[in-house]
Design a protein around this ligand. Structure first.
Ligand SMILES: [Zn+2]
Length: 252
């Protein structure tokens, strides 16, 4: 053993000298692993809107509020991204524009058309989560799919936590098929009605082909630190003036 060890040491020494002569430096060092720069996680405020009206509901905004919010976003350097862009960043590390923001709209109220028109004034796209019970005619739902995208919100806006698995699956799959038939586009995302979900609903969504799902409430999404079936959204409602809106977008 000792002789074999000595022979090995001799070979190593010869090898080291050969490398030194070749200008490669000593072969045995204590390498310091490169310290990867810890990039700050990319923050994407995902805004959750509902109806556009003057009802002063917690979940609605007036057309004037939405218009000034869109203007504020543009003037402050935000870029409305599509859900596809967001997901490419989450799953593939795709680069997002500076100050990305995702504007979402739930329920498919008839005022959703006005919502899309106001966004279009500022060159912005939206993401629409629509139930089978939406009053929007199919051609308007199809038009929304060209202004960002239309995704699932369950067939009847059911609180999925009150259903057994088969019911959860029927609500999600029936809605997904309904929208896909109207838009001709794959439906792979969902917003939980009332923001409510549970483990069975997540499994049902995954079984139906949903890859990501959004809650209702919370702070900005941190790309790289997301539960794909519980992605937070920031609620915007009638009580938001421009100052509170700006705070939500920039800091929450
Ligand atoms: Zn809803």
């Amino acid at each position: 053993m000792e002789r074999v060890g000595a022979k090995c040491r001799l070979l190593l020494a010869v090898g080291a000298w050969l490398l030194l002569l070749a200008g490669l430096g000593p072969p045995i060092l204590h390498p310091v692993p490169p310290v990867a720069a810890q990039a700050a996680p990319i923050r994407v405020p995902i805004l959750a809107y509902h109806a556009v009206d003057a009802s002063a509901s917690t979940y609605s905004v007036t057309a004037e509020q939405l218009d000034e919010q869109c203007r504020w976003l543009v003037e402050n350097g935000y870029t409305a991204i599509t859900l596809g862009q967001f997901w490419a960043a989450v799953t593939e590390g795709a680069v997002l524009p500076p100050n990305p923001v995702l504007l979402t709209n739930d329920d498919g109220w008839s005022s959703t058309v006005l919502f899309a028109e106001i966004l279009a004034r500022y060159g912005m796209v939206g993401t629409y989560f629509v139930n089978n019970t939406s009053p929007l005619p199919p051609d308007q739902i199809a038009a929304l799919s060209l202004r960002g995208g239309v995704h699932a919100h369950t067939a009847s806006h059911a609180n999925l936590t009150g259903l057994a698995y088969e019911g959860q699956l029927a609500e999600i799959a029936g809605n997904k098929t309904h929208i896909e038939q109207i838009t001709g586009q794959p439906v792979t995302f969902l917003a939980w009605p009332f923001g409510e979900t549970n483990e069975g609903a997540v499994q049902a969504a995954a079984a139906a082909g949903i890859v990501g799902a959004f809650g209702l409430g919370g702070t900005a999404a941190q790309v790289g630190a997301l539960d794909p079936y519980r992605i937070p959204r920031i609620i915007v409602g009638s009580s938001d003036d421009l100052a509170s809106f700006a705070t939500k977008v920039a800091w929450h």
